[in-house]
Structure formats: structure tokens, C-alpha cells
Design a protein around this ligand. Structure first.
Ligand code: COA
Length: 223
């Protein structure tokens, strides 16, 4: 990672925090974004991995963040530069049709998306967002999972091959306590490079962890 960042106090998770990429370009971080706050932002055109950088991808992504921020039990963190959205991280309860939806509400969350605009990667913005999310005890009694699916990986923009990108996912998430889990969940099984990354909070109840483990393999085969 390039050594351009001055890290702010990580305890100020609900307060805007600021990182200086250069004297002219401060990047501000915001935790617990409201839909109203997000409506004031404009997206950087380098956002769009989850819509394959189609012409409206950045606008669509910002609109989607506003929707997530308005849902109960959900959370949106962003980095912006003078009101220009350059990175985000989202959490929400499992989708209703997910196998993990049966677990106790409020005790399991999906890390739904993390993205940094092309052109601002490798500067620690994703790490900073993850730090803000996990440096407080908010998720300590919960399970958080992420479905790292190859279709949304920016192989072209990163210059990494599939194996290198997968390794980047393991490193990025691994630094915050996520580990890869074997599952027969169809979205994960669709591509052998896909990953289910799971963070068992250090105070997650044993019963919750047991229930979660029991959901991983539904068909009794692990290959
Ligand atoms: C994945 C992504 C969010 C990383 O954002 P970023 O701001 O560049 O990441 P950071 O600079 O904070 O780096 C975090 C860690 O990831 C790893 N990493 C980042 N870039 C890497 C690279 N090019 N090669 C290998 N590892 C890399 C490193 O371990 C790094 O930590 P370190 O520098 O302390 O060793 C960004 O590449 C992105 O938006 N990709 C498109 C969307 C995407 O793939 N989202 C995840 C879908 S599951």
C-alpha cells in the first residue's frame, strides 16, 4: 500500500473522519450514512464494479446505497472527496430467500458490497472502511459473511488474474477476522474461485455459531 494516508482516530466511528491523500484532495469517511446524506453525493465515474461499469453504473450504485441505508438493520459507510463518492461498504440482513435468513434477526449480517473507485485503489480506502466497521464492538456478538463472487471482480481494472484477485480478497477480508468457509450454497458453488468469507464475532453466542455451521452444507456433500 502506498504510504500517503494519515489515519484518523478510529474510535470516532459515527463522526465524519478525514484522510489526506494529498494537500488538495481530502477524503472524508462517513459511518452510518442516512439516505438523505447519500442523496447529496455524486458518484465518481470510477465506481461501477457491480454493474460492470456500464454507462449508468455509478449512478445506479449510489441509488442502491440510498436504498440499503433506508432498510432496518442495515448500514452504509462511504468515503467521499468533496461530495464525490469514491468508496463504500454496506451491511444488511440476509436476503429473504437466502439460507441464512432463518438465523436470528439482528445476529447475522451480509457484508453486501465493498468498492473503491478505479484510480483510488491501493491507497488503503477499503481497509479504512473495514477498520471503521470493525474497530467498534458493534459486530462482536454477530456473524458477518461476504459472498465474494467472481462476476463482480474487476480483473481488467486491477490487472490481477483470477488467482491473484482471490488472494487479494482473502488478504483484505482476512485482516478483519474473515475466514473462508466451505458451503454448497449455489451462488458460491457456481464458480470454484468464489469464496464465502465469514467473520464469527468474538462474542457470538455458541448456539448462533452452531446454527450457522449447520446451514453451510444442505445436501451432505462438500466437494
Ligand atoms: C477490492 C477493493 C475494494 C480493494 O480496495 P483498495 O482500497 O484498493 O484496498 P486497500 O488499498 O485498502 O488494500 C487492502 C488490502 O487488500 C490487498 N490488496 C489491495 N490491492 C491489492 C493488489 N493489487 N494486489 C494484491 N493485494 C492487494 C492488500 O492485502 C491490502 O492490504 P495491505 O496493503 O495492507 O497489504 C477494490 O479493488 C475494488 O473496489 N474492487 C472492485 C470491487 C470488488 O472487487 N469488490 C469486492 C467484491 S467481493
Amino acid at each position: 500500500m502506498q504510504g500517503l494516508l494519515h489515519y484518523p482516530d478510529m474510535n470516532q466511528s459515527d463522526q465524519p473522519s478525514r484522510v489526506t491523500l494529498s494537500p488538495q484532495a481530502p477524503v472524508e469517511f462517513r459511518n452510518h450514512c442516512t439516505p438523505e446524506f447519500l442523496r447529496e453525493l455524486v458518484p465518481d465515474p470510477g465506481i461501477g464494479a457491480f454493474s460492470r461499469y456500464s454507462p449508468l453504473a455509478a449512478d445506479r450504485q449510489l441509488a442502491a446505497l440510498g436504498k440499503v441505508a433506508g432498510l432496518p438493520w442495515s448500514r452504509v459507510l462511504v468515503a467521499h472527496r468533496g461530495g464525490r463518492l469514491v468508496a463504500y461498504l454496506t451491511f444488511h440482513p440476509p436476503e429473504a430467500d437466502s439460507r441464512w435468513a432463518s438465523l436470528s434477526h439482528g445476529q447475522i449480517f451480509e457484508l453486501g458490497g465493498i468498492e473503491v473507485a478505479r484510480g483510488l485503489r491501493g491507497l488503503g480506502l477499503a481497509s479504512q472502511l473495514m477498520n471503521q466497521a470493525f474497530s467498534s464492538p458493534d459486530f462482536d456478538s454477530t456473524i458477518v459473511y461476504a459472498q465474494a463472487l467472481t462476476w463482480c471482480w474487476d480483473l481488467e481494472g486491477s490487472g490481477l488474474g483470477m488467482a491473484g484477485y482471490r488472494q487479494m480478497m482473502l488478504l483484505l477480508f482476512g485482516a478483519y477476522g474473515f475466514e473462508p468457509y466451505v458451503t454448497d450454497e449455489p451462488n458460491i458453488r457456481y464458480d470454484r474461485a468464489n469464496l464465502l468469507l465469514v467473520r464469527l464475532g468474538p462474542r457470538a453466542p455458541a448456539a448462533l455459531v452452531g446454527q450457522f455451521r449447520a446451514t453451510l452444507i444442505e445436501k451432505g456433500e462438500e466437494s
